[in-house]
Design a binder for this molecule. Structure first.
Ligand code: SAH
Length: 394
């Protein structure tokens, strides 16, 4: 077993059970990609077992803080079983759910989503890459799902020095699937869609959007960054008169239109725009258009804290425009999925967008990722998705 010795004083974060060791913290030691290493303090005290990533700034990701723990297929299977059992207990009202959420489930770099009887996995770090076959076998056995598709085409994989890998790991067949979420039917494609095919983390917020629509009876809804129309379907199901959906991805909008048909909604109640959101908001403003509810769910504008300042301006701009486009008493559902922008900073950005727009209104609800995307207190990086529901004063 190879040993990684840390520099003096660099044991603090592992002692607090944070699961990463950065390259700058290491004094001596090295190993092959994904190899299990023993991490010790400068004084030689055992700290953790982890997986080595020679090409990444995150040089070691922790498997266990227990010196007696053997890191083998049986151990990984136990971690998977625990993650899956948690979701079973949560009793989520959807057949699309996240079974494994990386570090938060003790499995750094592994994402597993379940869509009906199909699993989709992302292996984004050297450790889980090395154990891919064992993890795949255990996932099939524990879930009873016959098929597992790999979507290891993330940018984080590049930072690990790993090539993209996509395709069936177990089973085969059609990659176009239909998911049931809150009683709505949503088509998706696990091979060509974003992430593993769908934004499961926004499940609860789509339900919230449905509830507000039902209670407040929005006539005109604007869904910005709509992807395949999850919020569009939610608003229509809640009785919205008309929903305009904007996204820059043509295939996502085609799927969104198909999702409307799948739920039996009249096509006349929806407009789809293949366009840039920022430009469209300015256009609407010029035309004097107004909306009773606006959803703003942009992609990650700040991947790390280093990008936060530029991203803050971009978030502020779209929020300012949205505030102006809201009718009096209208509702804004605004989100950020950027890990580099914390909850407090996001609140400040949105507040200052409101000030600039000359719009006042209370925050009536705070939103976050769905419960199958858990966080742990020792891993703050796991918190990324936050949202606000703001009611414009009339
Ligand atoms: N709300 C969606 C998820 C949105 S993900 C859901 O619930 O499923 C962000 C989306 O923004 C992606 O679909 C991406 O294609 C789109 N996008 C990214 N940049 C854009 C831009 N400048 N203008 C319009 N859409 C954009």
């Amino acid at each position: 077993m190879k040993t990684i010795r840390l520099k003096p004083g660099k044991d603090r974060s592992l002692l607090r059970r944070h699961p990463w060791v950065f390259d700058g913290a290491i004094a001596t030691g090295g190993a092959d990609a994904g190899e299990t290493v023993r991490v010790e303090s400068h004084e030689g005290q055992f700290l953790a077992w982890g997986a080595f990533s020679p090409a990444s700034r995150i040089r070691v990701r922790v498997w266990s803080f227990d010196e007696a723990q053997r890191i083998d297929a049986a151990f990984l299977r136990t971690l998977l079983a625990r993650a899956i059992a948690l979701r079973t207990r949560l009793g989520i009202d959807s057949d699309g759910l996240r079974l494994v959420h990386g570090e938060s489930d003790g499995l750094p770099g592994l994402i597993v989503d379940r869509y009906g009887d199909t699993l989709v996995a992302q292996f984004t770090a050297s450790g889980v890459e090395r154990w891919k076959a064992e993890l795949a076998d255990a996932l099939i056995e524990l879930t009873g799902c016959p098929r597992l598709y790999e979507r290891s085409d993330t940018s984080s994989r590049k930072r690990e020095g790993l090539a993209e890998a996509t395709g069936w790991l177990r089973g085969s067949g059609d990659t176009a699937l239909t998911l049931n979420e809150h009683g709505w039917r949503l088509g998706l494609d696990i091979a060509h869609g974003h992430k593993t095919g769908y934004y499961l983390d926004q499940r609860d917020s789509r339900q919230v959007c449905y509830q507000y629509t039902k209670r407040l009876g929005f006539a005109r809804v604007l869904n910005c960054f709509s992807y395949t129309g999850g919020f569009t379907v939610a608003a229509l199901a809640g009785g919205a008169g008309h929903v305009t959906s904007i996204d820059s991805s043509g295939p996502a909008l085609e799927q969104a239109a198909a999702n409307l048909a799948l739920n039996g909604f009249d096509a006349a109640r929806a407009t789809f725009m293949d366009a840039d959101v920022n430009a469209s908001l300015r256009l609407f403003l010029g035309e004097g258009r107004q909306f009773d509810a606006i959803v703003l769910d942009p992609p990650k504008l700040a991947p790390t804290a280093a990008h936060a300042e530029r991203a803050a301006r971009a978030y502020k701009d779209i929020n300012r425009l949205a505030f102006k486009l809201l009718s009096p008493g209208g509702v804004l559902f605004t989100f950020s999925c950027a890990g580099g922008i914390g909850v407090e900073l996001f609140h400040k950005i949105v507040a200052s967008a409101g000030l600039d727009a000359g719009v006042d209104g209370p925050i009536v609800q705070r939103l976050g990722g769905a419960c199958d995307h858990p966080m742990t207190v020792n891993f703050p990086e796991g918190e990324y998705l936050k949202g606000l529901v703001i009611m414009k004063s009339s």
